[in-house]
Design a protein around this ligand. Structure first.
Ligand code: PAF
Length: 296
């Protein structure tokens, strides 16, 4: 396993891979790897010649009162796990090389960053889009892998890649859950047994929403109310039902949507979500494609 600590070394390694005609898959992380990260690494290893992951707890995405200092740092375990999964390099830069004295440049994806997690964590997405843009510039991957668990983050990164014309494919992978439905997260280790039981309300509430949607409910306010009732025992930060691509609220569910929830449970702020495409939208897409086939 190659450990690269400077942007210069990382870029040289990537360019060397490319000179040898190899494709590069990239999994950006803050470490404390779990099965969710493992699913991204496995997919990258399967679809690219080489896989590199970054491990960097990014100070720019934490507000002063948040858990930057206590965020789990488990480098040796992460390195062993990444190697066992087939990654060949880790980019682990020092904070003062990513943000040197006098650092002044940030990437802000407008509108998509404002609501949901952006509402209660104002610097969060600016920090993420900035560090991911920097990582993309240094690693220069062909494909980068992100988990749907952070669905708003995925939408923001996709928009940034489109708007800034990065030549990188963004691959969004499904949420990986514990057997009882809890979405995997590096912060789950903060939960006591009691917290954990309450945390299960998030995935149960979303499952209930999916059942309503399957039964034909298309009124966003009614779905949100049902999710709120199912999360009664939980200190809710937000429940949102938005367009899956541009994260704008919708009233009538007539397109692919994201239902996202966040709650503060014990010492942890947990998020979870589902994506849903109404069956009539899928039918419309198939119909349009078929008509185009007839016309051409
Ligand atoms: O999803 C994460 O772990 C982080 O937000 C990311 C993308 C590595 C940026 O710090």
């Amino acid at each position: 396993m190659k450990i690269l600590e400077s942007a210069k070394e990382m870029r040289r390694w990537s360019r060397d891979q490319r000179r040898h005609g190899r494709t590069i898959g990239f999994v950006p992380t803050m470490g404390a790897l779990h099965e969710g990260h493992a699913s991204l690494i496995r997919e990258s290893v399967a679809k690219n010649d080489v896989t590199v992951l970054s491990i960097f707890v990014n100070p720019a995405q934490f507000a002063p009162h948040e858990d930057f200092d206590t965020y789990p740092r488990t480098f040796e375990t992460d390195r062993a796990m990444a190697a066992a999964l087939g990654a060949v390099a880790i980019y682990a830069p020092r904070s003062d090389s990513v943000y040197p004295e006098g650092y002044a440049t940030y990437v802000h994806v407008e509108r998509l960053s404002d609501g949901l997690c952006g509402g209660s964590r104002p610097v969060f997405f600016r920090g993420i889009s900035t560090v991911v843009a920097k990582l993309f510039n240094v690693v220069e991957p062909d494909r980068a892998y992100f988990g749907q668990k952070d669905a708003q983050q995925c939408a923001i990164i996709k928009r940034m890649v489109r708007d800034l014309e990065f030549d990188i494919d963004i691959i969004e992978m499904p949420i990986i859950r514990e057997a009882d439905g809890l979405a995997m997260s590096s912060r789950n280790r903060y939960l006591s047994e009691g917290d954990r039981q309450r945390a299960l309300n998030l995935s149960r509430a979303l499952q209930h929403a999916r059942e309503l949607l399957d039964a034909g409910e298309r009124d966003a306010a009614k779905v949100i109310d049902a999710v709120r009732s199912a999360m009664q025992d939980v200190p809710i930060d937000y429940i949102a039902l938005v367009d899956a691509d541009d994260i704008a609220p919708v009233e009538k569910i007539d397109r692919p949507i994201l239902i996202a929830v966040a709650a503060n449970i014990g010492p942890a702020r947990l998020i979870d979500n589902i994506k849903y495409t109404p069956v009539e939208c899928k039918a419309k897409t198939v119909h349009t494609t078929a008509m185009q086939g007839i016309q051409s």
